[in-house]
Ligand binder design. Structure first.
Ligand code: GLC
Length: 477
C-alpha cells in the first residue's frame, strides 16, 4: 500500500488537567490550548485529552459524545465512563474529554485537599479510552504532575496497545508536585511494588507524582531554558534537585509561545481602542479609559503599572508594600488565589484608592484591558518557569518590570524591559524607581523600548519545531 502522507504524520496525544478555552486556571491551560494548534500547522497530528469538568459548557463548545459506558477497571472497581469530543474553537485540533462524574462533576478543576485520586483515575481512563478514539498516538505528551503517573501505568500495564507508546513529560511548575499516600496508587492499578521507582519513592511514606514523571518518562522538558538549569539547583529545585539531576541528559528547556492571534492589540475584541506599533497614541486612550473605569485619577502622564496573576507565593506579591503607593505611579492588580495575598492587596487599595486598584476576581476582559492600558507590567516572581504575562504585556507595549528568573530571564532583555536580581523588597523598590525615571525623563527611550517589545516574536513557531525534534527523538528510540 502506498504510504499516505497523512498517515506518516507524527501522532501525539497531550494529556492535561487544563486546556484553554475549555477550562483554564493558569498558564498550563494556555499552553495545552495553543501548542497543539501550532504543531498541527507544521504537520503533526496533535490532539488533547482532558477531564470533563462540570464547568465545561458542552453546548457552547459543541461537545459530542463518541462512546458511552466504557468500562475502566480501577483497583477493585469497574468504573463506567463516557468519552466526548470537540474541536479547540477556531481550529482543527481535536480535544477528547473523559466523562467520569464520580470524579469530575465538581465545577472546579482543582478541589481542596488531595487531588491525586481524581487525576490518577483520569490518567488511567485516558489510556483505556485510546481504542475508542479512532486515533493511535505514538506519543503521550504528559503536562505537569497531575498526569505524571501515565508512564508508570504504561510500564506496568499488560495492554498490548500500550506497549510501544513513548512518553514526554513537560514540567510547567516544579513546585506543584502532587503527593499522596501509596494506597491511592490502586486507583491507577499500581502499588508500591509495581516499579522500582515507586518502591523507592514510597519509602518516606508518600508518593510524589513529580518524581514519577521525571524518572519514568522517556524524555523530560521544562518551559524555558533558564528554568531547566535552575531546577537542578537547591534554590529552585523544590527539594527534588537531586532527582532532576539524574535526568540531566534527557532534560530540555523549550520556551513557551503565546497565541499571537488572540493576544493582538490590533484585533483584541476586549479592548476599547485597538492599536499597533504605529499607533501607540491609541494605547493612551486605553489607559484613560481604564483609569476612569476603575476609579483612579484620570491622567495620561502618570505611569500605570499592571499585574495580572494567580495570587500565589511564587508570584512575590508581598514584595509590593505600602511605600510603593508613595511613588508617582498607579497600580492595577487582577487575580485570585491565596487569601493572605487577596487581603493584602485589597487592604492597600482601601488605604490608597487614588493609587491602587485591587480587582480580586477572574475576568478575561479586564485582563486584556489592563495589558492594553499599562505602561509597566509587574512580575516580581520568586520563581517563574516561563511566565506568559511578560510576553503578552510586551505585545501590548507594556514594558515588563520583573525579577530575572526562569522564562523571564530568557525573554526580558534590557532593550525591552527592566529586571532586578534578588527576592528583596528594597531592590524591587529601588529598581522600580529607576524605571519610573526613564518613563518620566526619557520618553524617547521609552518609546523605542515599547516598539522593540511589540515587535518581538513570541509566536509558537520556533518552539513548536523544538517539540517536533523531541518527538522525533522519541519515536526513533
Ligand atoms: C505555570 C508556570 C508559568 C508558566 C506556565 C505555562 O503556570 O508557573 O511560569 O508560564 O505554567 O507553562
Amino acid at each position: 500500500m502506498p504510504i499516505n502522507k497523512k498517515d506518516s504524520r507524527i501522532r501525539v496525544l497531550m494529556a492535561a488537567a487544563e486546556v484553554a478555552p475549555f477550562v483554564k486556571v493558569g498558564g498550563l491551560g494556555d499552553v495545552t490550548g495553543s501548542l497543539p494548534v501550532a504543531l498541527k500547522k507544521i504537520g503533526i497530528d496533535a490532539r488533547v485529552i482532558m477531564p470533563l469538568y462540570g464547568s465545561i459548557d458542552r453546548k457552547k463548545f459543541k461537545l459530542k459524545k463518541i462512546y458511552s459506558g466504557l468500562e475502566v477497571p480501577s483497583g477493585r472497581l469497574l468504573i463506567k465512563i463516557n468519552v466526548w469530543q470537540a474541536k479547540i474553537p477556531g481550529t482543527a485540533v481535536i480535544a477528547y474529554f473523559i466523562d467520569a462524574p464520580e470524579y469530575f462533576e465538581y465545577k472546579d478543576v482543582y478541589v481542596s485537599g488531595d487531588n491525586s485520586e481524581r487525576f490518577l483515575f483520569f490518567s488511567l481512563a485516558a489510556l483505556y479510552a485510546l481504542p475508542v478514539l479512532g486515533f493511535e498516538p505514538q506519543i503521550i505528551h504528559c503536562h505537569d504532575s497531575h498526569v505524571a503517573l501515565i508512564p508508570d501505568i504504561i510500564t506496568v500495564s499488560n495492554l498490548e496497545y500500550l506497549k510501544d507508546l513513548k512518553t514526554l513529560y513537560t514540567i510547567h511548575n516544579f513546585s506543584y508536585q502532587g503527593k499522596t499516600k501509596p494506597v491511592t496508587l490502586s486507583v491507577g492499578n499500581l502499588n508500591r511494588q509495581s516499579t522500582k521507582c515507586l518502591s523507592i519513592d514510597a519509602r518516606d511514606g508518600d508518593i510524589n507524582f513529580m518524581v514519577q514523571g521525571v524518572l519514568m518518562a522517556d524524555l523530560v522538558n521544562t518551559v524555558a531554558p533558564t528554568y531547566a538549569r535552575e531546577i537542578t539547583t537547591s534554590f529552585y529545585g523544590a527539594n527534588l534537585e537531586n532527582i532532576i539531576r539524574r535526568r540531566k541528559e534527557d532534560l530540555y528547556g523549550i520556551l513557551n509561545g503565546i497565541d499571537v492571534k488572540f493576544f493582538d492589540p490590533g484585533r483584541d475584541k476586549y479592548i476599547k481602542h485597538k492599536f499597533n506599533v504605529r499607533s501607540l497614541n491609541k494605547k493612551t486612550a486605553n489607559k484613560l479609559y481604564l483609569q476612569k473605569k476603575l476609579g483612579l485619577p484620570v491622567d495620561k502622564n502618570i505611569p500605570l503599572a499592571g499585574m495580572v496573576t494567580r495570587l500565589a507565593w511564587q508570584k512575590g506579591i508581598e514584595l509590593f508594600t505600602e511605600r510603593f503607593a508613595r511613588l508617582d505611579c498607579q497600580y492595577v492588580f487582577l487575580g485570585t488565589g491565596e487569601e493572605r495575598y487577596e487581603k493584602h492587596l485589597a487592604s492597600l487599595a482601601r488605604r490608597y484608592p487614588d493609587k491602587i486598584s485591587a480587582n480580586i476576581t477572574f475576568d478575561i476582559g479586564l485582563a486584556q484591558e489592563i495589558y492594553a492600558a499599562s505602561d509597566i507590567f509587574l512580575m516580581p516572581s520568586r520563581y517563574e518557569p516561563c511566565g506568559l504575562g511578560q510576553m503578552i504585556a510586551m505585545r501590548y507595549g507594556a514594558l515588563p518590570f520583573a525579577r530575572r528568573t526562569g522564562g523571564i530571564a530568557d525573554t526580558v532583555t534590557p532593550e525591552v524591559g527592566f529586571t532586578f536580581k534578588n527576592v528583596d523588597e528594597n531592590e524591587f523598590f529601588a529598581s522600580l524607581k529607576k524605571a519610573l525615571r526613564v518613563y518620566r525623563d526619557e520618553p524617547k527611550k521609552w518609546r523605542q523600548m515599547q516598539t522593540r517589545a511589540m515587535k518581538k516574536d513570541f509566536s509558537w513557531n520556533k518552539s513548536a519545531k523544538e517539540y517536533v525534534k523531541l518527538y522525533k527523538k522519541l519515536i526513533k528510540e
